[in-house]
Design a protein around this ligand. Structure first.
Ligand SMILES: NC(=O)c1ccc[n+]([C@@H]2O[C@H](COP(=O)([O-])OP(=O)(O)OC[C@H]3O[C@@H](n4cnc5c(N)ncnc54)[C@H](O)[C@@H]3O)[C@@H](O)[C@H]2O)c1
Ligand SMILES: C[N+](C)(C)CCCC=O
Length: 560
């Protein structure tokens, strides 16, 4: 037993059944797909929660028996500094945190002020002195241990994420998988970070050292709270940096568990700290003179503000922003796969995914057949309690966001789009879910490129279908957007597939699939969707700096 768990959970008789991955399974992306579950979400199944109880009690006392929807309250502090949960030194305004599935308040979190932000940064600075002096192999070992603990505690973390975010437990498990995989991947790279040796005339030489930046700030969005934190912490820590992370005020819970796991794994106390709050806390972080880098995931308007603040301190930034990505379905596609691809491109996490392919361009020849099939499958999606195993769509993040998505659908109708299915609020039969933030996934037909629903990021389960006639035309229309995060193409013609993705102005492209995110592949946007990359070897560049050392072996040549 290594911690006071943050959850004080009321006991209930009917706990949801829990499944776990096969121990040692590499990743769910490549796993077989039992029960028709998409391979990227598939898990091998274990029996019920009862079999896991001894281990769950050990790692998370109080969480094990009954982490069911509608029962959890959070009582422990959600700030983390110098290796422990703390109350913020100057916590001001309280933010209510909701359980999207029920609309209940899970806790009220004090927003960290300037003093708490400074304490967190100072704590990170102190730990940086130790961590940055360790060898890559030493850092690798600690990070592997953190990955191992996450893998071991995957079920509890996934439950926490589902309760705070509203996404289905099936998806939350896949998120936790990509989280520990990310730490494992960068642990692997930590030991091989190196510079170059360059021979110069007269026996002189130079060499380069890849050095960490210092204290890095991570600011996260609410749609993938734990995963976003790992995608930033992985490369940052591998390079020898320390981090202060601020999650979205809507989803403050799971990242504190990550901080505890890092401490349990053996990082110096203070290496990974968490501050809580919204705009003001984020600003204190970005403006802090001892912060060396900002990595931000969120909306385009906030990204612009972050960049302005970073510019004043000449701080490098990584911006992972929004999108309105095209998915192009040619008539020679495997129709079954194309339909599945469109569903995966639009409905994960209730459609609240930055890289979603929400503009679905369909070659006119197959428009009717494709649309009919997509609508049929969309109508069958099981909405409801996100902790139930058979739920495929949970609740949106909060009431204002649900209203915003509904507003987009209303406006789409006013502008001439046709609602082919869904788009209305969904009220589950279960009384405890009556105040949750549910809606039916929506397919819009009769869409035109200049409609708001086609131009703006809706960030909800809303797919717009747009017919096209030629390759040239569709590429031009696909690129006619300020965003450039992702894009996809379905076709059996291999030359056409590569030609089209080469022409797409987007950072993450898919051929005959959509929304896979293996940690080995860089992820990030073009244009207003941001710059810098997460995942893959290249992320090392964004969390390190190169020092050149020039060595003279003879006498100094002096012109004076
Ligand atoms: N490209 C990606 O990898 C990626 C991933 C997930 C989400 N997103 C995008 O995130 C958006 C949804 O997330 P959101 O609603 O949380 O975004 P948001 O921009 O409202 O907030 C993101 C984070 O920034 C903080 N913040 C807000 N104003 C700030 C300021 N002035 N200074 C510093 N910090 C500030 C918020 O508290 C939050 O932690 C969507 O546009 C989505 O596409 C992008
Ligand atoms: C894991 N996905 C589905 C590729 C989402 C990445 C993060 C975007 O919001």
């Amino acid at each position: 037993v290594q911690q006071d768990c943050l959850e004080e959970v009321a006991r209930r008789d009917s706990a949801p059944a829990i499944t776990c991955p096969k121990p040692g399974s590499r990743r769910c992306l490549s796993a077989a797909a039992p029960d028709g579950i998409p391979p990227m979400l598939a898990q091998s199944r274990l029996p019920s929660l009862l079999l896991l109880l001894p281990r769950l009690r050990a790692v998370a006392p109080g969480l094990a028996m009954s982490s069911a929807t509608g029962t959890v309250t959070v009582q422990q502090p959600l700030n983390y500094r110098a290796g422990a949960r703390v109350q913020p030194a100057d916590g001001g305004q309280l933010e209510e945190v909701f359980e999207p599935a029920t609309g209940r308040v899970l806790c009220k979190v004090p927003c960290s002020g300037e003093k708490e932000v400074d304490l967190a940064v100072q704590s990170a600075k102190a730990a940086f002195k130790i961590w940055s002096q360790m060898s890559g192999m030493e850092r690798c070992r600690v990070m592997l241990e953190a990955a191992r603990i996450i893998r071991e505690q995957k079920e509890e973390i996934a439950i926490m994420e589902t309760i705070n975010n509203g996404k289905s437990i099936l998806e939350a498990r896949a998120d936790i998988d990509t989280s520990w995989q990310c730490l494992e991947y960068y642990a692997g790279l930590a030991g091989s970070l190196a510079g170059e040796h360059v021979q110069l005339p007269g026996g002189c030489f130079g060499y380069t050292r890849r050095e960490p930046l210092g204290v890095c700030v991570g600011i996260g969005a609410w749609n993938y709270p734990f995963q976003i934190a790992c995608w930033k912490a992985g490369p940052a820590l591998a390079c020898g940096n320390a981090m202060v992370f601020k999650p979205s005020p809507f989803t403050p819970i799971s990242v504190v568990r990550l901080a505890e796991i890092f401490t349990e794994a053996g990082v110096p106390k203070g290496l990974f700290n968490v501050v809580q709050g919204g705009v003001a806390t984020g600003q204190f972080l970005c403006q802090h003179p001892d912060v060396a880098k900002i990595s931000f995931t969120g909306s385009v308007p906030t990204g612009m503000k972050i960049m302005e603040m970073a510019a004043k301190g000449i701080k490098p930034v990584t911006l992972e922003l929004g999108g309105k990505s095209p998915l192009i379905i040619f008539s020679d596609s495997d129709l079954e796969n194309a339909v599945k691809g469109a569903l995966m491109a639009n409905y994960l996490t209730q459609g609240q995914v930055c890289c979603n392919g929400t503009r679905v361009f369909v070659e006119r020849k197959i428009l009717d057949t494709f649309t009919k099939e997509v609508v049929k499958r969309t109508q069958k999606i099981k909405i409801g309690d996100p902790l139930l195993e058979d739920t495929r769509m949970g609740a949106l993040i909060n009431r204002p966001h649900l209203n915003r998505v509904q507003g987009f659908i209303k406006q789409a109708k006013e502008q001439g789009a046709e609602v082919l299915c869904g788009g209305d609020l969904y009220v589950p039969d279960d009384p405890k879910l009556k105040n949750g933030y549910y809606m039916r996934p929506c397919v819009l037909g009769n869409c035109k490129d200049d409609m708001t629903c086609v131009k703006e990021e809706i960030f909800g389960p809303v797919m717009a279908i747009l017919p096209f006639d030629t390759e040239e035309e569709v590429v031009e229309r696909a690129n006619a957007t300020k965003f450039g995060l992702a894009g996809g193409v379905f076709t059996r013609d291999i030359q056409k597939a590569h030609r089209v993705v080469a022409a797409l102005k987007a950072g993450m492209c898919f051929i005959n699939s959509y929304n896979a995110s293996p940690v080995e592949l860089p992820f990030g946007g073009y244009k207003h969707s941001g710059f810098g990359r997460e995942n893959g070897r290249v992320a090392i560049e964004y969390y390190s700096q190169l020092k050149t050392v020039c060595v003279e072996m003879g006498d100094v040549e002096c012109v004076f």
